[in-house]
Design a protein around this ligand. Sequence first.
Ligand SMILES: O=P(O)(O)OC[C@H]1O[C@H](OP(=O)(O)OP(=O)(O)O)[C@H](O)[C@@H]1O
Ligand SMILES: Nc1nc2[nH]cnc2c(=O)[nH]1
Ligand SMILES: [Mg+2]
Length: 184
Amino acid sequence: MDARDMGEDLEKILLTEEQIGTRLEEMAALIDADYAGRELLLVGVLRGAVMVMADLSRRMHLPIQMDWMAVSSYGSGTKSSGVVRILKDLDNDLTGRDVLIVEDIIDSGLTLSWLVANLRSRGPASVEIATLLRKPEAAKVDVDVRYVGFDIPPEFVVGYGLDYAERYRHLPFVGTLAPHVYGG
Ligand SMILES: O=P(O)(O)OC[C@H]1O[C@H](OP(=O)(O)OP(=O)(O)O)[C@H](O)[C@@H]1O
Ligand SMILES: Nc1nc2[nH]cnc2c(=O)[nH]1
Ligand SMILES: [Mg+2]
């Protein structure tokens, strides 16, 4: 799959597959160092974080376990509704665990601020966040993000797990859509 397969839907590529891979390698090394000697529970936020989880975890050397949570605040549009719903809860008990939430993007920060509070209430030893992308809005919300891949401009992006109406998740890069796609 490359940019040409998107026809005229793609406006530009923001991050190439290679740039993403290089940054995930750096993030994995940081996480390995920070949690040395401990066992980490990675919590992926379905569905956007699937690619990041797969590619970040494969670059880590710590003993890890994986669990998944499905929450949704966006529906099929490009604006957060602000209402977070649990569609699938974790299978693991978090008591005493070191938890690292793995996300594709922090935009308004609403999803993560809600999720961190929810997971912290379950008695874990620690809860931190690793996200591939962060938009400027996120800085306004009180969420402490320990690992950030890239700070990006406030544009709606797709690819590498991120969808628009469920399309484009499988693109190996992150790009922006042409305005005609979403009626802009
Ligand atoms: O910081 P926020 O403004 O809350 O937005 C970030 C969240 O929005 C997207 O998920 P979405 O709810 O669209 O579901 P998906 O992961 O299944 O695509 C994205 O994957 C993040 O989880
Ligand atoms: N696809 C996509 N989903 C998001 N959810 C929050 N921000 C974004 C974004 O820029 N793109
Ligand atoms: Mg998501």
